[in-house]
Design a protein around this ligand. Structure first.
Ligand SMILES: NC(=O)c1ccc[n+]([C@@H]2O[C@H](COP(=O)([O-])OP(=O)(O)OC[C@H]3O[C@@H](n4cnc5c(N)ncnc54)[C@H](OP(=O)(O)O)[C@@H]3O)[C@@H](O)[C@H]2O)c1
Length: 230
C-alpha cells in the first residue's frame, strides 16, 4: 500500500536520496525546499518555499488541505554556518531553519494526526546534538534543541497513536558537513535507507553510526569536565 509522504528539504543531499528511493518504491511524495525538485518537472509535486519565511505555516496548511492527510512527514531541511567573529548575523537564521521551522511543521500536522489517531513524524537530527562546537554553535545548539524537542514530543504523542522518530546521523557525504576529517562517513543513499527502515519500525530514536555516537559522547564528557573546572 503506497504511503503519502511530505518531505521538507528534499532538493539535495539526504532528502533528495529519500525522495528518489520512495518514488522508486511507489510512494506518493510531496516535497518542499527553496530549489526545485531533485526529480525535475516530471517528478512528484514540489513546492518551492523557504521554511524560515513568515508564510511557511500557512503554505503548509494549504498543502495539507490539497494533498493530505499525509501518513508521514520527514523533516530534512537544515543549514550550517561557520562562526567567524565578529559576524553573528546568521546565528538566529540557522536556529530558525533547523529548529523553529521543524516545530512549526510538527504543530501544523499534529492536530489532523490526533483526529485520525495516527501519523508519523521523522526528524533528521545529528550526533552533534551531544557536543559543544565553538566553530558552529548555532548548528549544534539547533540540533540539541531539535533532538530534545522531538523525544519529548514522541513521549507526549505516543499514547495518541502519533509516532515521532528522531534520527541522529554522523557524517553523510553531502554539501553540509564542512569538517576537514569526516570519519565513518555514509553515502546519502545509505542514510536514506536508514530513514526508510524507520517508516516501518518507527523507533523513538536512531543513532548511526553507533561508534561515532560513542566517540562524540566521550568527547562531550571531556568538554563538560573542562566547563565544570573552568
Ligand atoms: N550531511 C551530514 O553529515 C549530516 C550529519 C548529521 C545530520 N545531518 C542532517 O541531515 C539533514 C539533511 O542534511 P543534508 O546533509 O542532506 O544537507 P543538504 O545536502 O545541505 O540538504 C539540505 C536540504 O535542506 C533544504 N533547505 C535548506 N534551507 C532551507 C530553507 N530555508 N527552506 C527550505 N528548505 C531548505 C535544502 O534545499 P534548498 O537549499 O533548495 O532550500 C536541501 O534540500 C539535516 O537536518 C542535517 O542536519 C546531516
Amino acid at each position: 500500500m503506497p504511503q503519502k509522504i511530505l518531505i521538507i528539504g528534499n532538493s539535495d543531499g539526504i532528502g533528495a536520496a529519500i525522495t528518489r528511493a520512495l518514488v522508486a518504491q511507489g510512494d506518493l511524495v510531496v516535497g518542499i525546499s527553496r530549489s526545485p525538485s531533485p526529480l525535475g518537472p516530471n517528478g512528484p509535486r514540489h513546492v518551492v518555499q523557504n521554511v524560515a519565511a513568515a508564510d511557511y505555516p500557512e503554505i503548509m496548511r494549504r498543502i495539507i488541505v490539497e494533498e493530505g492527510p499525509f501518513d508521514t512527514c520527514i523533516y530534512c531541511a537544515a543549514i550550517g554556518s561557520e562562526l567567524k567573529l565578529p559576524d553573528l548575523s546568521q546565528e538566529a537564521h540557522v536556529i530558525e531553519v533547523n529548529f523553529t521551522a521543524m516545530v512549526h511543521t510538527l504543530a501544523t500536522l499534529t492536530p489532523g494526526w490526533l483526529e485520525q489517531g495516527r501519523g508519523h513524524f521523522i526528524g533528521l537530527s545529528s550526533l552533534a546534538d551531544d557536543f559543544y562546537n565553538a566553530d558552529a554553535p548555532s548548528y549544534t545548539a539547533s540540533k540539541a534543541g531539535f533532538s530534545n524537542y522531538l523525544i519529548s514530543m514522541a513521549l507526549k504523542l505516543k499514547t495518541q497513536g502519533v509516532q515521532v522518530t528522531n534520527i541522529r546521523f554522523g557524517f553523510v557525504d553531502t554539501k553540509l558537513p564542512k569538517a576537514s576529517w569526516k570519519p565513518l562517513m555514509m553515502t546519502p543513499d545509505q542514510a536514506a535507507n536508514h530513514v526508510i527502515r524507520c517508516l516501518q519500525s518507527k523507533p523513538m530514536q536512531l543513532s548511526v553510526p553507533k561508534l561515532a555516537g560513542l566517540v562524540i559522547h566521550s568527547i562531550r564528557w571531556m568538554q563538560s569536565l573542562r566547563v565544570w573546572t573552568s
